[in-house]
Design a protein around this ligand. Structure first.
Ligand code: SAM
Length: 284
């Protein structure tokens, strides 16, 4: 994996862009089965996804889209969201660059249309969708603004976007020196030095694009979308040096408590979840 700045604008078709996407695809190809069942898991990861899904579906229901409206799920993964949308009478198209993921979606939701594709360049007609959703995908992308522009392009004027992002200033990351964003640069420099010296193995992992909620919302506006509302989510998965500090059940209980406080608008906490959701609309 080449050195790159997550969220940088890499030239489309460039070697760097291709390598980053290939790394992401290989990871999801190898983990497709897990994504088919993650929403049923009682782990903290499953718990947060269930909570996120419930909020997304609450927003979708609130839009009162007529049956037969068109919805696009970008990076559909295991197809749980696509299935729930199809059950609401929407025509759903699920896009994913990983064949194994589309296979899991096909098994779950036969009525969902499948497209093998990449969010950076959607081969779909412009202005056709009433609703576009993308959960857990933008943070993986080498050029997120291109995908956000693509999502806007395929929406009809007045169409809705529900999108999630990864928060650099989350409680979890601030409390763990391994993830703390304020020591990211020296931490990476040290790691690189240790790698060059052969003391640590090369890190070929996926680096996430993790703007704060406000930075992310500015990007949406720059892409021609108007923010309607947002929500910060995910407080319980606390780690020390990347390792969980509590048993799963305790993390779920902690998550419930802190999320409840954050939802009351507690200063700082209200924006300190590991992720956020944004509902936006395509401005004319
Ligand atoms: C974290 S999973 C999220 C799955 C699903 N949206 C969910 O929330 O359960 C990320 C998904 O994005 C897909 N993905 C990765 N790169 C993508 C890209 N460039 N365009 C569209 N989807 C992509 C992956 O294959 C994977 O299915």
């Amino acid at each position: 994996m080449p050195e790159y700045v997550p969220g940088a604008q890499l030239a489309s078709g460039s070697r760097e862009a291709e390598l980053v996407q290939r790394t992401v695809n290989a990871w999801y190809e190898a983990h497709a089965d897990e994504w088919g069942v993650i929403y049923q898991s009682t782990s903290i990861a499953g718990h947060i996804r269930q909570r996120r899904l419930a909020r997304v579906l609450g927003w979708v229901d609130g839009l009162c889209l007529p049956a037969g409206s068109w919805a696009l799920d970008l990076g559909a993964g295991g197809g749980t969201l696509a299935l729930a949308l199809a059950e609401r009478g929407l025509h759903v198209v699920a896009v994913d660059p990983v064949p194994a993921m589309l296979h899991v979606t096909r098994e779950k939701a036969a009525a969902v249309g499948l497209v093998l594709g990449d969010g950076h360049a959607l081969g779909l007609a412009s202005g056709c969708y009433d609703l576009a959703l993308s959960l857990g995908v933008i943070p993986l992308l080498h050029t997120p603004t291109r995908a956000l522009s693509e999502l806007r392009r395929v929406l009809r004027p007045g169409g809705w976007l529900v999108v999630s992002g990864q928060n650099r200033l989350s409680l979890r990351d601030l409390l763990d020196p391994r993830f703390n964003p304020f020591v990211r640069t020296p931490r990476r420099a040290l790691r690189r030095w240790l790698e060059l010296g052969g003391i640590m193995a090369r890190d070929d992992g996926i680096r996430l694009f993790d703007p704060t909620l406000r930075e992310f919302e500015r990007l949406l506006v720059e892409c021609g979308l108007a923010v309607v509302c947002d929500w910060s989510i995910g407080f319980g998965s606390l780690t020390l040096l990347g390792r969980p500090i509590l048993p799963e059940a305790a993390m779920v209980a902690l998550d419930n408590c802190v999320q409840a406080v954050a939802d009351c608008g507690a200063p700082v906490l209200a924006h300190a979840g590991t992720e956020y959701l944004v509902l936006a609309v395509k401005s004319a």
